[in-house]
Design a protein around this ligand. Structure first.
Ligand SMILES: Nc1ncnc2c1ncn2[C@@H]1O[C@H](COP(=O)(O)OP(=O)(O)OP(=O)(O)O)[C@@H](O)[C@H]1O
Ligand SMILES: [Mg+2]
Length: 486
């Protein structure tokens, strides 16, 4: 089957067949001959038609006369039409970013069918769940259909697409490619983007970054600002979720009503916004996110928010005056014993003991039966075998003290960053980026799952490195140390 990316025509014109504009199988004789700016094709050259008329046909992924037709919406079309070397589609959730990736890639592959390519996602989970399935699905039935085996998509003409996660940027090193598509690039580290540029050097290859903005990070500073300052190698285009005709306006409006404006503007309108009112303004993913390794001989500090949905725990190691979060447990509709079982199964060979930190209410309230959460930890056989202590305050400190302590560790007055988070702790990272105060107050405007992960973190940080942002009576912490064999 052929493939057509329709940039100009109405369904009637497509069905009529005469004026199909396809960069892949048809040359549109009505349009001026396109310029291909960035590389000299080595063989089997195809031209790419650059449409001048912009009009939506409304046909998305339909087979017409044996040709698979995609009609990009305006934002997608702007990206496809750009001749810049590095492109960023920065758009709202559900805006059609991931769908655009394989289409752009097919247009590139047709220029160099025997070359190698990369498709990257920030985590293996995103790669396996969203990016690779979309790649396979969009290439299926087209002349680019090949087969996917263990992280490699073999193209019919001998080219290869390496599908990788950027969790470890070292994994990207080695080999030269013609082009790369980076899905959810805003969640990747700056190091990963630097590594990808290294792979593209020899052929002056191109890259497409598709993402929702997550934070004002390298993507803004090293990409968007370059484009705005007139660097011709860069092109950025942003659009809203609802610019995708398939996205529900009702859902968009619901999000507008419930989310803090800065978050809504980033996640649904694809705009980088100044993060006024951010609770964890000390957090910068470029500096606070880095690989943090689990060590069997070191004590695991577990920060616990005893909530049923979600049950949100973080797992850290302490290095004198630093804290590294190496893992998180995020479970839906579970009780404390179930979460303890999950923790035990994952770390049952652990040698260094486990310390639990939580809030005062954990000692009274419970999420399951008649016992308090701390008693459930205390009685859990697996935790007894690992050796556990339980740390909680007699009364909860003011929330702003916990926030101040966490911010102090994330970035001190003198700029020291003593708290690091492993890139795969996505729920914690989202929470650090996504918690805001209600406008003009010191009250968090938490909705849905927000708040639990950073509360768990705050219990540990405030207990070990307390900062008093509020004024009031000093409170004492209760520490219970239970040895094994209770
Ligand atoms: N131009 C288009 N016209 C109609 N439907 C589209 C268009 N582009 C994408 N879609 C469809 O919209 C849906 C969402 O697209 P996609 O998954 O690419 O969005 P996304 O921006 O990657 O979302 P997320 O933020 O969840 O990663 C998919 O079903 C996709 O096939
Ligand atoms: Mg996507």
């Amino acid at each position: 089957m052929g493939i057509c990316v329709n940039m100009t025509k109405t369904p009637e014109q497509i069905l009529g067949g005469d004026h199909l504009v396809s960069p892949i199988i048809h040359r549109n004789k009505l349009l001026p001959k396109p310029k291909i700016k960035h590389a000299t094709p080595d063989h089997n050259t195809y031209s790419i038609d650059k449409p001048t008329i912009e009009q939506d046909s409304g046909l998305w992924d339909q087979v017409i006369n044996g040709t698979r037709v995609f009609t990009p919406h305006e934002g997608q079309r702007k990206i496809i039409n750009s001749e810049a070397r590095f492109l960023a589609a920065i758009a709202g959730t559900g805006g059609g970013k991931t769908a655009l990736g394989p289409i752009w890639l097919m247009i590139e592959i047709q220029k160099y069918p025997k070359s190698d390519w990369m498709v990257l996602a920030p985590t293996f989970k995103i790669l396996e769940r969203a990016t690779v399935p979309t790649l396979i699905e969009k290439l299926a039935g087209t002349r680019f259909e090949g087969h996917y085996v263990e992280g490699r998509y073999n193209l019919p003409d001998g080219g290869k697409i390496y599908c990788l996660s950027t969790e470890r940027p070292e994994g990207i090193e080695g080999g030269q490619i013609r082009g790369a598509w980076l899905d959810e690039a805003g969640q990747m580290s700056h190091k990963a983007w630097i590594a990808v540029q290294g792979r593209l050097g020899l052929y002056q290859g191109r890259a497409l970054l598709t993402t929702t903005p997550y934070a004002v990070n390298w993507l803004k500073r090293e990409f968007m600002d370059r484009y705005k300052n007139g660097d011709e190698d860069y092109f950025c285009y942003s659009w809203s979720s609802i610019d995708n005709p398939a996205y529900s306006r009702k859902e968009y409006e619901r999000a507008r009503k419930t989310l803090p404006p800065a978050i809504f503007s980033m996640r649904y309108d694809g705009r980088f916004t100044r993060m006024e009112g951010r609770i964890f303004d000390g957090f910068d993913p470029d500096y606070n996110v880095r690989p943090c390794t689990y060590r069997q001989e070191k004590t695991i500090l577990v920060g616990c928010d005893f909530n049923v949905n979600p049950m949100a725990w973080i797992l850290c190691h302490r290095y004198v005056n630093r804290l590294e979060v190496f893992d998180e447990i995020f479970l839906r509709n579970v009780t404390t014993p179930v979460a303890l079982n999950v923790l035990y199964e994952k770390y049952k060979t652990h040698q260094g003991g486990v310390e639990f930190y939580g809030d005062a209410t954990g000692s009274a309230r419970n999420t399951s039966a008649a016992l308090s959460d701390y008693h459930l930890i205390y009685r859990h056989i697996g935790m007894q075998m690992l050796g556990r202590t339980v740390h909680f305050p007699k009364a909860n400190p003011p929330r702003i003290d916990r926030f101040a302590s966490t911010n102090g560790m994330l970035c001190s007055e003198s700029g020291d960053r003593k708290l690091h988070v492993n890139p795969h702790c996505r729920n914690l990272i989202n929470d650090l980026e996504g918690r805001f105060y209600k406008l003009g107050t010191r009250e968090p405007s938490d909705s849905e799952d927000l708040g639990h992960m950073t509360d768990s973190l705050g219990y540990i940080v405030h207990r070990i490195w307390p900062i008093r942002a509020s004024f009031g009576v000093a409170r004492h912490n209760v520490i219970k140390t239970f040895s094994g064999g209770y």
